[in-house]
Design a protein around this ligand. Structure first.
Ligand code: VG1
Ligand code: CO
Length: 542
């Protein structure tokens, strides 16, 4: 039976950079999930009888939310639901399933790299039929609907057994529980030379993959250890846990410190990698070298032809604005365009659909390609392995070779987490107030060439997106970028992105923080970080 339930709007259901993210107790309020999911469906049309893919990263409240999504989707007329066993699907696997099964769309239950557990974070994100995050036009419509919603539809049906593969019928709709790995793994085999990677491992190459008790555990076990013979024990923290073992499932140098320390030690295997809560981010560390995500994007793009899926070359490269310009140099050499988009994967979808870009990346550990419409952590790991297998070179040597050809974009991001929201907005407003007067002025040897608040004009659909981050651009190509996070759930997070370019004949072997010391000091001064936020130092440095 289908029930119509009366409800009242919640004022705080505005999706951020990547869906709606809140603390678990917020999502546990009566009707909170129901309102948002119904608002998604109210903003869409033409889905009667069609397929919806549903899955999450296994975090606390995943199963409860999935049961609600099933019952509301069925009540609204979807004809077929495809759900990962145990409610588990990585974000790139959802994208893969939507595309592979020509589904209408998908719902991802995840707060990605944010911590989980009863007092941790939860999230809901809608993906469209190309497999990618809903564009702003749709997320704006969803938000508008959440402010007026007065009823939702839900099937009065028993919970679906999420742990048994197979099909059941709920209110006339087919609900398929599928293996979360099979179709994703098959897609990876079409892109990479699995034989070459197998031969690499057979030759004694060793790797450590930290799944951070998040969603990639089952994928990494099946693909790395199972298919590629990386050896038992390659994957650590491989069982998804509702609270990620009490850690942040964020693969950076702070939260994946154990992996980093191992890779810098004399015990280091040849290659280290990690992924985040929902499996779309990647961390790459070679023996004795952390590869910044911006460099990783550039190095993958420069070497992608070694993988069968990219042997024909790249149509173009795209990077988010705060990502370093290392990829631009590769694009120039390849003779293709490099697009600069606002932060968030949703801005890459049009470029990929239109065939303008093949590989995309963000400084926040996101890399991906036109194989799906999300960033993809394991994909990046496999592309690295494919390149290393074909070239038989160490990560350190590959990085040195890259810098000697293209020069090096020293790059760091400083995050100030959970600062006061009013102080954060005040800081950004004050920076915006300085934009007109900064160009032409000097700070020590650093001359400011331009300053703006980044705006993006989408070359495919013509849409404009404004106020995407304050950029201070220096004459020597250095940059400082300031923006506020759109994924946090407590206070505000200020992100400061700092970059300096050193040409191929310059000093390429400096430690990153000291190479950037002048710009880091200037980033404090220009924004008055300490006066305005009370913080002397960032909470996380990546
Ligand atoms: C952050 C990153 C951004 C990424 C987004 C979602 O957003 O900076 O590059 O696309 O997270 O990633 P923000 O607004 O907090 O800076 V994930 O792995 O959370 O889906
Ligand atoms: Co993620």
């Amino acid at each position: 039976m289908i029930r119509t339930v009366e409800t009242k709007p919640f004022a705080d259901q505005k999706p951020g950079t990547s869906g709606l993210r809140k603390k678990v107790p917020v999502f546990q309020q009566p009707n909170y999930v129901e309102n948002f999911v119904q608002s998604i469906f109210d903003s869409l049309e033409g889905f009667a009888g069609k397929t919806l893919v549903v899955g999450g990263d296994g975090r606390y409240y995943n199963r409860e939310a999935i049961q609600k999504v099933i019952k509301i989707a069925v009540a609204n007329g979807f004809g077929h639901l495809v759900i990962g066993k145990g409610g588990i699907l990585s974000t790139p696997a959802v994208s893969c399933l939507i595309r592979g099964r020509t589904a209408y769309g998908g719902i991802i239950l995840s707060a990605s790299h944010n911590p989980g557990g009863p007092n941790g974070d939860f999230g809901i994100k809608y993906n469209i039929g190309n497999g990618g995050p809903a564009p702003e036009k749709i997320t704006d419509a969803i938000f508008a609907r959440t402010t007026t919603i007065d009823h939702y539809k839900i099937a009065d049906a028993p919970d679906v057994d999420l742990d048994t593969i197979g099909a059941t019928i709920v209110e006339g709709a087919k609900v398929d529980i599928v293996d979360p790995v099979t179709e994703y793994s098959a897609l990876m085999k079409t892109l990479f030379d699995f034989d070459a990677i197998r031969a690499l491992f057979a030759s004694g190459f060793r790797m450590r993959f930290d799944a951070m008790h998040a969603v990639t555990g089952p994928y990494a076990h099946a693909i790395l250890e199972g298919e590629l013979g990386s050896g038992a024990g390659t994957v650590v923290n491989g069982v998804p846990l509702p609270d990620f073992g009490g850690h942040h499932p964020d693969p950076n140098l702070t939260y994946a410190k154990e992996l980093y320390d191992l890779m810098m030690s004399s015990e280091a295997p040849n290659f280290g990698a990690a992924s985040d809560g929902d499996g779309d981010r990647n961390l790459i560390i070679g023996r004795g070298i952390f590869v910044t995500p911006s460099d990783s994007l550039a190095m993958l793009a420069a070497n992608a032809r070694h993988a069968p899926g990219y042997a024909k070359g790249l149509a173009g490269i795209a990077r988010s604005m705060p990502t370093s310009a290392a990829a631009d140099r590769v694009a120039a050499k390849l003779g293709v365009k490099c697009y600069e988009t606002p932060t968030g994967w949703k801005f890459f979808g049009n470029l990929l659909d239109a065939g303008l870009a093949t590989i995309c990346g963000e400084e926040s550990s996101g890399t991906g390609s036109n194989h799906v419409r999300e960033k993809d952590g394991l994909w990046a790991v496999l592309l690295w392995l494919n390149i290393l297998a074909k070239r038989r070179i160490s990560v350190l040597d590959l990085a040195r070779e890259h810098w000697s050809i293209y020069g090096r974009n020293y790059y760091t991001r400083h995050d100030y987490d959970e600062i006061d929201l009013t102080a954060a907005n005040g800081l950004m407003d004050a920076l915006r107030g300085q934009l007109a007067s900064l160009p032409g002025t000097s700070r020590g040897v650093l001359k400011i060439h331009a300053a703006d608040d980044f705006e993006y004009h989408d070359p495919v659909d013509g849409s404009d997106t404004k106020a995407q981050g304050v950029r201070i651009l220096f004459e020597d190509g250095s940059r400082i970028v300031y923006r506020l996070s759109g994924t946090g759930t407590a206070g505000a997070t200020l992100r400061v992105y700092i970059e300096r370019y050193v040409p191929e004949d310059g000093n390429l072997g400096e430690e990153t923080q000291s190479a950037l010391a002048d710009l880091i000091a200037l980033s404090h001064e220009l924004a008055g970080i300490e006066q305005r936020t009370g913080r002397k130092a960032p909470s996380v440095i990546t």
